[in-house]
Design a protein around this ligand. Structure first.
Ligand SMILES: Nc1nc2c(c(=O)[nH]1)N[C@H]1C(S)=C(S)[C@@H](COP(=O)(O)OP(=O)(O)OC[C@H]3O[C@@H](n4cnc5c(=O)[nH]c(N)nc54)[C@H](O)[C@@H]3O)O[C@H]1N2
Ligand SMILES: Nc1nc2c(c(=O)[nH]1)N[C@H]1C(S)=C(S)[C@@H](COP(=O)(O)OP(=O)(O)OC[C@H]3O[C@@H](n4cnc5c(=O)[nH]c(N)nc54)[C@H](O)[C@@H]3O)O[C@H]1N2
Ligand SMILES: [Mo]
Length: 707
């Protein structure tokens, strides 16, 4: 997703070496280890080179891809005929990011099926970002350009490793910004690669971020670091916010979050003195129970300080390969509704601005009766990445039809009725258009500059293989099912795709880029990633008649904050589950991807990082197994000392480990943290995201389970 510009050296249709493109204006030769590993991904012996079908006895055998599409089309059509379009569901996750065309065509296919059951990983990822933005309201001048900020607040995020918010050479860019005088505040219980550069590093108890952010806002208001002029024109609800954050004094927050009160004051001081602040919230605050409120309060903090781009400046992330948008203006946009019309049958879950709640999908498969989901097309590896593994697996196994397009086998592909073998990155043409689409959802992706890149096909599919591009699967399926695909047009409406002839991939890219700000031909001819100054747009001044306001006092959010305040005084007492399990990402590994590619990863487990003092106290040697138990389940993981980690915290990545009932060896395959989680308890009432961070767990030494 960082889309680093690379140079691929090829001999005899094989990639020999991938390096960064030094001529690139933004990346300057940078690429992360994942890009440099493309030759290994290409030579992956675990790659699927032929589509697979499971027969009645559960045996997998190769099937010619068009024969598989014929069978799938017939089975999907029969299900829709008998049970309606709702019986067919879609799972869109990080897998689709590998190709710039997949999402547009797959989404067009899902729309043509006319099922409401379109689920995406957004509701398990950072739904609070979208919900907080919706309730607070958006700024017509767009997001703050990172380069314009003289202070940054990074909370529950680690851009140096995740590349979220800093896609190009993140470690270097951060170092340069700090050297240029930018003041960095990091809030993370872990001494992360990003935190190591911070002027102020707050290490709160996991899950107490609401108090930390509310405490900072309270201090800004109390010390009158409020942009009154900005608020008078652009905001409403200031008094409600001021009242609701008043209980969050530095002393109370410090006691509750386990911090030093002076450090909170220092953080507020930096933000209070800054002319323009950049705010980056990530999965750490999203998953630990109050994601919506955390992200909402971050937006309020920006507004209280007037940290929004002003008229006369360049808009961040202008469209390049997308059509032009409304002219940017320095004023609030109209508030949008939070909920959609669709409802799930389970747990009162509803469609929201983030989409259908993923945590309800397993139960929609498991619950018999009208409206039940019977077929799932999954772009991703839900068997591994969904919380509550046991339930997820039961649901996936119950489906009449599970279809998984993929480049390699996975826990989900293992369960599939059909595995569709698709081409990989170097065998498909691509543009940066999809990153522009993603940026509209999460501004931590894409570029602040008007950047674009097109790459042609570099390699042919291996000889003897039977591979198609992922979008072709959806196009051919639509053809066989008599469905008309529609894609967005430059005028904002939908336009039909000619279904009588399958276009080439480059023709498909042409179609998707029609009406783009910079013509695709120009980007193609550049033959490398470039910044297009002609895409720049200057933010216009406000329309004097604009009556829209950013909302600092949303009633749902204020009510949650008022309910939170009394917990400031409660002392945490978890005798049975005294530790907090927190999520993290690791260098060189993306979710569960390429887990079966030899030589791809330096290590094959996801250690349970714990504070050295905790290890000592519990008589646990680093490198030895521990049992981690939650009220829901238990796993065995390998303990490792996390230098600078807050005591009481267990920090672990997801996407590893065995499925329930399988043999597991945590030192070889890691441990599956999702077995400790539940989908149906403690989930958020808007997005449905379950508790995936600050999870109460108990730790004890364990016997090594060796084979
Ligand atoms: N290398 C690599 N890069 C990736 C990915 C990957 O798997 N590997 N995945 C991609 C994906 S899918 C996503 S969504 C993004 C996510 O991008 P980020 O959100 O930046 O993800 P992380 O790097 O895990 O950073 C989250 C940080 O939150 C901290 N944290 C955990 N719990 C809490 C808490 O309760 N409070 C606070 N304040 N902090 C907490 C963790 O210690 C961690 O350092 O990364 C993307 N980039
Ligand atoms: N406990 C816990 N659970 C989590 C998280 C967490 O922090 N903690 N993070 C959540 C988040 S933020 C995310 S984004 C999800 C990630 O969940 P998913 O998006 O499901 O990610 P992966 O599990 O890596 O699945 C990607 C799969 O796609 C396959 N693949 C690779 N290339 C392609 C391609 O071109 N096309 C297709 N169709 N498939 C391909 C890979 O082999 C792999 O099996 O996990 C979520 N789950
Ligand atoms: Mo994610």
């Amino acid at each position: 997703m960082a889309l680093c510009a690379t140079v691929v050296e090829i001999e005899d249709n094989l990639p020999l070496r991938v390096t960064g493109d030094r001529t690139n204006p933004l990346y300057g030769g940078y690429t992360c280890i994942k890009g440099r590993s493309l030759p290994k991904i290409h030579a992956n012996p675990a790659r699927v080179l032929h589509s697979l079908e499971k027969d009645a006895a559960g045996r997998r055998q190769a099937i010619e891809v068009n024969a598989a599409i014929d069978e799938i089309a017939a089975r999907l059509s029969a299900l829709i005929e008998q049970h309606g379009p709702r019986s067919v569901a879609f799972w869109f996750a990080s897998a689709q990011n590998a190709s710039s065309i997949t999402y547009s065509v797959a989404r067009a296919f899902a729309n043509a099926v006319q099922t409401p059951m379109i689920f995406s990983v957004q509701t398990l990822d950072q739904p609070g970002l979208i919900i907080g933005r919706t309730l607070h309201g958006e700024w017509g001048g767009g997001e703050v350009r990172a380069a314009d900020a003289d202070a940054a607040l990074v909370i529950g995020a680690n851009p140096v490793i995740s590349h979220q918010y800093l896609s190009q050479n993140p470690a270097r860019r951060l170092k340069d910004s700090v050297n240029d005088g930018m003041k960095l505040i990091v809030v993370d219980p872990r001494s992360s690669e990003t935190a190591r550069r911070a002027h102020v590093h707050l290490q709160p108890r996991p899950g107490t971020d609401v108090a930390v952010i509310a405490g900072i806002i309270h201090l800004l208001i109390a010390s009158d670091k409020v942009d009154r002029e900005f608020l008078a024109l652009n905001a409403k609800g200031f008094d409600s916010l001021a009242r609701a954050v008043a209980p969050f004094t530095p002393e109370r927050v410090a006691r509750h979050a386990g911090l030093d009160a002076q450090a909170i004051i220092d953080a507020a001081h930096i933000l209070g003195e800054a002319k323009m602040g950049y705010v980056a919230g990530g999965t750490g605050i999203s998953m630990s129970g109050h994601g919506n409120l955390c992200f909402y309060l971050l937006r309020c903090l920006q507004t209280v300080r007037g940290f929004w781009p002003r008229a006369g400046t360049r808009v961040a992330g202008p469209s390049v390969l997308l059509p032009p948008t409304m002219p940017p203006t320095a004023q609030p946009l109209p508030l949008k509704p939070l909920f959609g019309d669709e409802r799930l049958r389970v747990r009162n879950l509803k469609q929201s601005v983030v989409g259908m709640p993923a945590s309800g999908l397993p139960d929609e498969i498991l619950l018999d009766g009208p409206g039940q989901v019977r077929a799932l097309i999954a772009l991703g590896n839900p068997a591994s990445s969904w919380p509550d593994t046991e339930r997820a697996r039961r649901a996936l196994a119950k489906l009449d039809l599970l279809i998984v397009p993929t480049v390699e086998m996975s826990e989900t592909a293992d369960l599939a009725n059909y595995v569709i073998a698709i081409k990989t990155i170097l065998e498909t043409p691509a543009t940066t258009q999809f990153a522009e689409q993603v940026r509209k959802v999460h501004h931590g992706y894409g570029w602040d500059e008007g950047y674009a890149h097109h790459t042609p096909v570099l390699l042919n599919a291996p000889s003897g293989s039977d591979l198609i591009e992922e979008w072709q699967f959806f196009f051919r399926l639509a053809q066989r099912m008599g469905l008309q695909l529609q894609i967005p047009g430059a005028d904002g409406g939908m336009r039909p795709v000619d279904m009588t002839r399958e276009p080439t991939s480059e023709e498909m890219i042409d179609l998707l880029c029609e009406g783009s700000v910079v013509p695709l031909g120009v980007v193609r001819d550049a033959r490398a990633g470039r910044v297009y100054a002609e895409a720049d747009r200057i933010i216009g001044s406000r329309d004097p008649s604009c009556s829209d306001r950013l909302n600092l006092g949303d009633s749902l959010m204020m009510a949650e904050l008022v309910r939170y305040a009394p917990t400031l005084e409660a002392s945490p007492s978890d005798i049975a589950f005294p530790f907090r399990l927190t999520p993290r990402r690791s260098d060189g590994v993306v979710n569960s991807m390429y887990r079966r590619t030899p030589g791809m990863h330096k290590r094959h487990d996801n250690p349970a990082f714990m504070a050295p003092a905790d290890l000592e106290r519990l008589h646990i040697q680093p490198g030895t197994p521990i049992r981690i138990s939650s009220p829901h389940g238990e796993i065995i993981a390998i303990a490792e000392a996390g230098a600078g980690l807050r005591p009481g915290v267990v920090s672990m990545s997801h996407g590893y480990g065995a499925m329930p009932g399988e043999d597991e060896d945590p030192s070889r395959g890691g441990a599956n943290v999702n077995r400790l989680l539940r989908m149906d308890e403690l989930h958020d009432s808007i997005s449905g995201i379950p508790l995936m961070g600050a999870v109460p767990v108990a730790i004890e030494p364990a016997e090594m389970t060796t084979e």
